[in-house]
Design a protein around this ligand. Structure first.
Ligand code: GDP
Length: 200
């Protein structure tokens, strides 16, 4: 009920941040979303908030990498981190992204949880391990959210869940519950809303 109310209320884009001095005040309950580009991060944020077009896919390597802040109700931020793992991203873009991300994760006192999006067809890949390690080092509790569950046959789900579970066990900052979602079909959206509403 709290989750329903929260997500039925105001959600607005606040700002895109390219440097640490652009961050909004660190005074709201904050959760962030990370994931390889094309994992379905924008679709998930749009499904969660029920606002189509709120988060836009930034599928252009070399494009300015912004951390996008959304206000959720009066006391929360949803934070959309830049997608990673572009095959042909210029080195300077990757380095700038890593530096900003590191600084953000290390310095954000109100950050309660990071949701790391993982394609349910592929499980955790080498490219994801980098951010999981960074989250460990920053002591930011993270939770794996599997995306595009509708693209995985029922009989193949257990195997992916097992792979993800095994990988997570190696990460001290991992929260054990894995959320299986489909932005297309709506699976897991209510669960994720409840998790976000429950963080205080
Ligand atoms: P982003 O780059 O991580 O923001 O990814 P997008 O949200 O733009 O999604 C990338 C592609 O995956 C798009 O073509 C989406 O339509 C598709 N997609 C995203 N979520 C789902 C889902 O739950 N199910 C299916 N079948 N496709 C999805």
């Amino acid at each position: 009920e709290a989750a329903r109310k929260l997500f039925a209320g105001e959600v607005d884009f606040l700002k895109g941040v390219v440097a640490m001095d652009g961050l909004p005040p660190d005074n709201r309950i904050e959760v962030c979303f990370a994931g390889r580009s094309n994992v379905g991060k924008s679709s998930l944020i749009n499904a969660l908030t029920g606002r189509k077009g709120l988060a836009r896919a930034s599928n252009t390597p070399g494009r300015t990498q912004e951390i996008n802040f959304f206000t959720l109700g009066a006391e929360r931020y949803l934070v959309d981190l830049p997608g990673y793992g572009f095959a042909n991203a210029p080195v300077n873009v990757v380095q700038a992204w890593q530096a900003l991300l590191k600084a953000y994760l290390a310095g954000r006192v109100s950050l309660r949880r990071a949701f790391v999006l993982i394609d349910a067809r592929h499980g955790i890949k080498a490219v994801d391990e980098e951010i999981l390690t960074l989250l460990d080092r920053s002591a930011v509790t993270f939770q794996a959210v599997l995306t595009k569950a509708d693209k995985v046959k029922e009989k193949d789900r257990a195997k992916v869940l097992e792979q993800v579970r095994t990988r997570l066990a190696k990460h001290p900052a991992a929260y054990p519950e894995i959320v299986l979602t489909s932005s297309e079909k709506g699976d897991g959206i209510a669960t994720l809303r409840a998790i976000i509403a429950g963080l205080g």
